[in-house]
Design a protein around this ligand. Sequence first.
Ligand SMILES: *[C@@H]1O[C@H](CO)[C@@H](O)[C@H](O)[C@H]1NC(C)=O
Ligand SMILES: *[C@@H]1O[C@H](CO)[C@@H](O)[C@H](O)[C@H]1NC(C)=O
Ligand SMILES: *[C@@H]1O[C@H](CO)[C@@H](O)[C@H](O)[C@H]1NC(C)=O
Ligand SMILES: *[C@@H]1O[C@H](CO)[C@@H](O)[C@H](O)[C@H]1NC(C)=O
Ligand SMILES: *[C@@H]1O[C@H](CO)[C@@H](O)[C@H](O)[C@H]1NC(C)=O
Ligand SMILES: *[C@@H]1O[C@H](CO)[C@@H](O)[C@H](O)[C@H]1NC(C)=O
Ligand SMILES: *[C@@H]1O[C@H](CO)[C@@H](O)[C@H](O)[C@H]1NC(C)=O
Ligand SMILES: *[C@@H]1O[C@H](CO)[C@@H](O)[C@H](O)[C@H]1NC(C)=O
Ligand SMILES: *[C@@H]1O[C@H](CO)[C@@H](O)[C@H](O)[C@H]1NC(C)=O
Ligand SMILES: *[C@@H]1O[C@H](CO)[C@@H](O)[C@H](O)[C@H]1NC(C)=O
Ligand SMILES: *[C@@H]1O[C@H](CO)[C@@H](O)[C@H](O)[C@H]1NC(C)=O
Ligand SMILES: *[C@@H]1O[C@H](CO)[C@@H](O)[C@H](O)[C@H]1NC(C)=O
Length: 834
Amino acid sequence: MAAGRALAALLAMLLAASAQLIPREASFTISLHKADNTTVTIKLGLQSNCRIRMKYIMSELKIKPGDNVTFDFTCGTPEKYFITEIQKNIDCVSGPCPFGDVHLYPPGLPRLNSTYIWDVKASTKAGLELKFSTSWLRQIEPGETCPDAVSYNINSSIDNATVNIGTFCRNGSVSRIKLLGGVVLSLHLPWHLPLTTSGFNIASRASIKRLCIIESILKRESSITLMSPNYPLGFPEDELMTWQFVIPPNLRASVFFHNYSLSNCERKEERVEYYIPGSPSNPEVFKLSDSQPANIAGTFNMSLQGCDQDAQNPGILRLLFQVVVQHPQVDENVTHLVDLSKEKNMTVTIHVEGWPNRTPLMSEPICLICKDPRTCDRALTLTSGAVYRISFLCKDLSQLRITAEKGIGCMDIRWCQKKIYSLSVPKAITRLPIRLHKFNWKLLATDMINVEITSPSLKLQQHVPEQRCNTSYSYSIVSATPETELNVGVFCPGGSIEKIQMRNNITISLKTFGKGFINESIPQDLKMSFVPHIKDECIFTVSPNPKAKVYLQTPNSPYGLPPYVSISWFITVPGKQTARLKFSKDRMGIACETGRAFVNIKEETPGAEEIVRREDELLPQPRNMLHSFWVNVSNCRPVDKEQLTLQFWVTLADKQLDLGIILAVVAGAGVLTVIGLTVCCVKKKKKKTQNPMVGVYNDNVNTQMPGRKGSFRKGRQNNESHVYAVIDDAVVYGHLLKESNGSVSPEVDVYRPFDGPIGSMPPSPPPFSFRKDIKRSSNPQEEPLPLMDIDQDNYTFAHQKSGQSEDNGDANKKDKRDPSVPLLENKERDGLVE
Ligand SMILES: *[C@@H]1O[C@H](CO)[C@@H](O)[C@H](O)[C@H]1NC(C)=O
Ligand SMILES: *[C@@H]1O[C@H](CO)[C@@H](O)[C@H](O)[C@H]1NC(C)=O
Ligand SMILES: *[C@@H]1O[C@H](CO)[C@@H](O)[C@H](O)[C@H]1NC(C)=O
Ligand SMILES: *[C@@H]1O[C@H](CO)[C@@H](O)[C@H](O)[C@H]1NC(C)=O
Ligand SMILES: *[C@@H]1O[C@H](CO)[C@@H](O)[C@H](O)[C@H]1NC(C)=O
Ligand SMILES: *[C@@H]1O[C@H](CO)[C@@H](O)[C@H](O)[C@H]1NC(C)=O
Ligand SMILES: *[C@@H]1O[C@H](CO)[C@@H](O)[C@H](O)[C@H]1NC(C)=O
Ligand SMILES: *[C@@H]1O[C@H](CO)[C@@H](O)[C@H](O)[C@H]1NC(C)=O
Ligand SMILES: *[C@@H]1O[C@H](CO)[C@@H](O)[C@H](O)[C@H]1NC(C)=O
Ligand SMILES: *[C@@H]1O[C@H](CO)[C@@H](O)[C@H](O)[C@H]1NC(C)=O
Ligand SMILES: *[C@@H]1O[C@H](CO)[C@@H](O)[C@H](O)[C@H]1NC(C)=O
Ligand SMILES: *[C@@H]1O[C@H](CO)[C@@H](O)[C@H](O)[C@H]1NC(C)=O
């Protein structure tokens, strides 16, 4: 003992010596009355050499009831290191309860971060009420801190169980908390805030028969966020608690549950119950998953009821919610009739702009959409087949948007072929005073059924940089298979495109710009029908207005046409007029890695010449077309990073004015260096002379590239399959390639592009017009890999041709493969190549 003291004294001397440079601070005298039942502990909150100096030097000082001590610190800034804990036990069970204002006792404490703890023991037969002074409190989530570092933490303690009622900052709307039995309340004060009062008083109240009642007073437009006790942990089993909201009768309150989870109930159901003034059915009972009541006039209360939980797997009942108080909206009693009873397969969502990606700040005035006067939310989805009466609780309806979607499906052409569907926004939607953001038509069909859209009275304009859409709405069209997506383009009314035929599943999105579309008088005229299979990815039928310049562009700009995709335009030229066609660039601007890319132009008249250009050739010069004509663009797989984008324009003029016509062609956008192009040309030409190949039209299952291993399989039904393969352009187009002007008759023995009924078929089938991407990156020049993909569904050829396979049996027989033999070898090779 003596040795210990000596050691302590030595240590104290050493410490004092180490602190000798620090000026000695004023000393503190704390005197605690026995009856106050208060204990003060001053201790190190952070490691430091600074010490408390009394008779001895120490790092912690505990002052008990009845003590009278004087001390100082060995350093000048003890607030940096020391904290104070002041604990007062109040026993309301065995003695009279000291009700009234709660003081910060004792006086004269050093200014340190302090935590005052009031531990009140009370009988569960009576209620205790904590009443906060006028700045009131605001509940914060666990982990959140208060801006002024002043916080209250309130625990309820019944018997030995502690329930954390919550942590609160000053400056909120929680005015009173009533509890049953004991309470442990702590007040944390930072050293720099000279607070003189605790900010609350304690009173005794009649038993509340529940865990607690939290009262909030919301005097003006505001919002409050509250949490269930113990949040985010579980609300006690089978407990009941109530929140009371005192709201002036001229304001409206709406409740939103932002975060909740349910426990596993064995008996009873977890629920919330509302007492709403004027409601004929109090209490109104809701599930936590329900949309909670909105637009409540004046004061109301809400109770949370737990259940008997499954002992093995109790789960967690918790709730974080918000109450928003605002003035009644001018329009609150205006209901809008939305009649969707005659619509089919449609959903209409009315929502705040940016929903659901942007959650509005809690402080923003909210906009609510109501299904009935008290069922309101930030978003409301209506489905077809019903009539709705909706209203808006919103100061500014321009914050709201409508997003709608309609599905139209056709799985058997016999049921849909004759039908014409009108793709227009129903009046039920255009009549609402809400801006239409987007209306999507989802057109779903099987592989063999394609989609045709027409705009008979308005006709469509393609949105291109040279000719931008400036209408109040536009259509964005996307065609998709489960694997690929092709952005057909953006179109608006008032152009020259009469018809677009497309493959795959199509999504047409009407998007609006500005306020224009609110007016239901804006004309819409888009018709859709399902048509049998078409040969190209897209076919545009264009009938230009006289004198207007029509700009047209390949789909998927600026990312370029996908590999092997073929697109056609049919441009009608009235008898008395001529059309001038000009490409925007003089080259396609790509080099092919696999296959070849072509531009074919052909007038629709018997014996017309076909103009064919390959990717390594110059595009045709501006030219006059005397008859309606086809333009076809088909892509190869370009070398890395190169994209095929072609643009051209067409103008019409009277025939007699031929000389005055301005003809121009718009440019192809591609990325290719001159060197790359040259190299490619050299290689291709070389190969052309060495390895002549034959074009094949085939509607058998397997078509073979002469001299190349592998086979390909169709992605469609055998009997409907139209597989077409041109093996080497050098042979098919050989004679054409020698022509400098490219205007040669295309009559080559195997290759007969226009033998169908005139007008039904675009010009020359492109050599490689696959339906879907071929997943391959091999270079046919370097390595004669199989050209065809083995995956059954990976591609289909674009051309519909039949009855020609017999002519080229040679090519076919040479390497015919049993389609049932798995092409494992190829697959492995693919893997290696990629
Ligand atoms: C002081 O606290 C103790 C322990 O909680 C208690 O037994 C005693 O009654 C209290 N005294 C007063 C005056 O509250
Ligand atoms: C506490 O002690 C100081 C002297 O150390 C004395 O002056 C003071 O009166 C005492 N206070 C009480 C309440 O006993
Ligand atoms: C005192 O509280 C403040 C925050 O209010 C904190 O930054 C500081 O570290 C605390 N000091 C000690 C010694 O705990
Ligand atoms: C509370 O805990 C104490 C000891 O920790 C125990 O003696 C007492 O029985 C407990 N009370 C109840 C009601 O569980
Ligand atoms: C209380 O909060 C409001 C806004 O929430 C703020 O404007 C005001 O300054 C705060 N008052 C205090 C004393 O912190
Ligand atoms: C309240 O209870 C929680 C958890 O049981 C505990 O962390 C916290 O310190 C308690 N607060 C008071 C003031 O006792
Ligand atoms: C809901 O609570 C969980 C658990 O505390 C948390 O991870 C999640 O972020 C919360 N969500 C919201 C929207 O507050
Ligand atoms: C809730 O409000 C109703 C009606 O104002 C009232 O009768 C009831 O006592 C309240 N309940 C609580 C727990 O405050
Ligand atoms: C809406 O109707 C209710 C009941 O009919 C009425 O009390 C309220 O004043 C009306 N609100 C407005 C803004 O006219
Ligand atoms: C309704 O739409 C779905 C897809 O949204 C589609 O599969 C279905 O065929 C459509 N029904 C009708 C009758 O068009
Ligand atoms: C839209 O553009 C066309 C030409 O493309 C022009 O004639 C028309 O005036 C424009 N309309 C508006 C509203 O700008
Ligand atoms: C279109 O979508 C439907 C349903 O998702 C699917 O069954 C069908 O194969 C798709 N059609 C095409 C051509 O991808």
